[in-house]
Write a protein that binds this ligand. Sequence first.
Ligand SMILES: NC(=O)N[C@@H](O)C(=O)O
Length: 206
Amino acid sequence: MASSSSSPSSCSRIVAIPLTVEVAHPKLGIISPLLTNSRTKVGNQGTSTKTPNIVPCTNTYHLAPSGRAGRPVMSSSRNKPRETIPVDNGADGVEALELQVGVLERHPYSSQSFTPMGGDECVSYVVLVADSDQTGTRPDPSTVRAFTVLGTQGVCYDAGLWHAPMAVVGKTMDFAIFQFMNGVEEEDCEMVDLAEPLRILLSAEK
Ligand SMILES: NC(=O)N[C@@H](O)C(=O)O
């Protein structure tokens, strides 16, 4: 996993908002059976509804410098909660939580999807995404957007979208992760250490 540092702009808190299709970044997909469309079909003898192609499964390893092909990889992942800091959010005196994020990553040639296993309707993890800066090689911290995500929602980072490593809050979460990989470290994942951590404000509500 290749990493380098990036100097973000001055660091104020970023408020995380609930993830919905209306507010999601164009390259951030949501995986949920509640998101149906004209392609949704009834199946399994009428016991299921199935919606195909809900998020991209991008593989552009043919563009990778090594020329090594990407192959589909399905992983399981158990994630412990990240440390959060109780803070006064200054608005109505309600205690909130602050999550600090010091690293952003991207998968230049593959989408990456996280599908919870056994999640519930509580806020269960935090997703951060950012666009690249003008060089195209670093995240632009001024574009960071933060979302709280329910344990019943999965997410998909499309190829090249900068994002924080999985940040579970509350209780341990299990995910199935789907992506393409070719085994070349810097082509599978680029990681950037931020000069100062991003401070994400989470509501203390469940
Ligand atoms: N995206 C993220 O949380 N990390 C992944 O790159 C991984 O390999 O787990």
